[in-house]
Design a protein around this ligand. Structure first.
Ligand code: B4P
Length: 191
């Protein structure tokens, strides 16, 4: 099984590169952001709860997203592997993911950390906001999402570096150039 975490600040290209990874390696895509946006769109109870946090650029509580993940792993027992996109986002989520995988005799093979500077991140998200109207892509919310990233999420890099799983990927350039760098890393993995 090939299990990949795609990691990075908001706007670093996680969703974009996930699509290419799925196409090449036939992995099951788990994007917590996409799942939560879908719940909001359908105005479910979970969606209403998530919206309170997401519209402010804050993280949805750990227990909520960990529960979602556990359910998705259980629903896909025959998968050849997973791409975790936007999860984990806190140390608690990282530890929970390790437990959920080891319970199944699995582990994370690599954490691909897309490295992009704040100016480029902000530019990308502002542009996306103008085109898609995504409610959390406004200049104010982008600022708080970046603060949340540096305050609560970036520390996971150290966690994965200590496990020997972290691969830093230059996230600047064309989508294909960046994917080439990712392929170089993934194709060297033994799994
Ligand atoms: P996400 O959906 O994960 O959103 P994101 O961090 O903004 O990243 P995204 O994947 O959308 O952006 P991408 O880099 O692909 O999360 C949204 C919210 O959900 C969070 O803020 C949080 O509130 C909540 N949430 C999600 N998961 C959670 C969790 N685990 N715990 C708690 N809360 C959680 O792309 C950005 C833009 O850049 C796109 O427009 C793309 O076209 C463009 N782009 C990509 N690559 C490019 C390149 N090489 N050059 C130029 N532009 C590029």
């Amino acid at each position: 099984m090939l299990n990949i975490v795609i990691f990075g600040a908001p706007g670093s290209g996680k969703g974009t590169q996930s699509e290419k990874l799925i196409e090449k390696y036939h992995l099951t895509h788990i994007s917590t952001g996409e799942i939560l946006r879908n719940e909001i769109e359908h105005d479910t109870k979970l969606g209403q709860l998530a919206n309170k946090y997401m519209s402010e650029g804050q993280l949805v509580p750990d227990e909520v997203v960990i529960d979602i993940l556990d359910g998705l792993l259980a629903d896909n027992p025959d998968s050849v592997g997973f791409i975790f996109d936007g999860f984990p986002r806190t140390l608690k989520q990282g530890e929970a993911l390790d437990k959920m995988l080891s319970k199944r005799g699995e582990r994370i093979n690599v954490v691909l950390s897309l490295e992009v500077d704040d100016e480029e991140l902000t530019d990308r998200l502002v542009k996306r906001g103008e085109i898609s109207g995504r409610s959390d892509d406004t200049p104010e919310t982008i600022k708080s999402r970046l603060q949340v990233y540096y305050g609560q999420t970036a520390q996971l890099k150290e966690y994965y570096a200590n496990q020997g799983n972290l691969a830093l990927i230059d996230g600047i350039g064309t989508v294909d150039d960046i994917f080439g760098r990712i392929e170089n890393t993934v194709d060297k993995l033994k799994y």
